[in-house]
Each structure stands twice: as structure tokens, then as C-alpha cells.
Design a protein around this ligand. Structure first.
Ligand SMILES: [Zn+2]
Length: 151
């Protein structure tokens, strides 16, 4: 028997986001570009934050009289974050190398049409008319609090 997928708020947010990414980027090429941009933006941000933290840390080292109250981030927090970000950047670099391989692959147009077709089945538009009608039918049960809003 198949296990029911988890319905906690985090998982629900994940399913929603997962479906949105399929719906809004339904071709192989769009997924390539999306994932490439996503890795790059993550790396850009992590690298920039690392540089900033590094700068702040060296400024602190050369200026001993900054009081503890003036530090919104403690020295320990900075060094720990720098370690973590260094690891993250190394992982992202490896993912990027793999993404480059994926990026080199081209898919013919007739296969791209298949991607679009299947994407539409996997993640139909939640604002699509058929779906709205279906949702309405589901909510038309006698004890539904939504009932008074449906006419
Ligand atoms: Zn969950």
C-alpha cells in the first residue's frame, strides 16, 4: 500500500512550489535555465555574504575596542557562518560543474512538446476553469463553512 504523502505546512509549501516550477517552466530548456540561474544566484549571494563577514571579522581584529553591545553578530557566529558558507560554496561549485554537463544537452522540439504536455498533466494550472469548478463541487457539502460564499 502506498504511503500517504506528508501534509505538514512545510511539505505542502514544497508540493506547491514543486508544481509551480513545473507549470511555469514546462520545457527541458526552461528547466535547464531555471536551475542554472538558481545555482548561480545562490552562489552569488553566499559568496557576497562570505566576503562581507570576512571583511567585518578583519576589521574587528584590527579594532579591539568595539564593544560587545555594538556587535549584532558575535565573533563565534561569524566564524561558524564562514565555515558553513565555505562548505556550501564548495558544494555549489560541484553542482555547477554537473549542471554544465546538463546544460550542454539539447532536446529536439518534438520531445520538448512532450515535456509541455506531461508538465500540464503533472501540474495543472490551479486557476484553470475546470479545476475551479471541481473545487467548488468539493466545497458544496452541507457543513462546509465556505458554503455561504458559494452562489
Ligand atoms: Zn512534512
Amino acid at each position: 500500500m502506498a504511503e500517504e504523502p506528508c501534509q505538514c505546512p512545510d511539505c505542502q509549501r514544497f508540493y506547491k512550489e514543486h508544481d509551480r516550477l513545473i507549470r511555469e517552466f514546462p520545457t527541458f530548456k526552461q528547466q535547464q535555465e531555471l536551475n542554472w540561474a538558481s545555482i548561480q544566484s545562490f552562489r552569488t549571494l553566499c559568496t557576497k555574504i562570505s566576503d562581507e563577514l570576512q571583511k567585518e571579522f578583519s576589521e574587528r581584529a584590527s579594532n579591539e575596542d568595539i564593544s560587545t553591545e555594538e556587535k549584532s553578530i558575535s565573533d563565534t557566529e561569524i566564524t561558524e557562518a564562514l565555515d558553513d558558507l565555505e562548505n556550501v560554496n564548495a558544494y555549489l561549485y560541484s553542482i555547477e560543474a554537473l549542471m554544465e554537463r546538463i546544460f550542454d544537452i539539447k532536446i529536439p522540439n518534438n520531445i520538448e512538446s512532450k515535456f509541455k504536455e506531461i508538465a500540464n498533466e503533472l501540474a495543472p494550472d490551479p486557476l484553470n476553469m475546470d479545476r475551479l469548478i471541481l473545487n467548488r463541487l468539493f466545497h458544496q457539502t452541507p457543513d462546509s463553512p465556505d458554503k455561504k460564499n458559494i452562489n
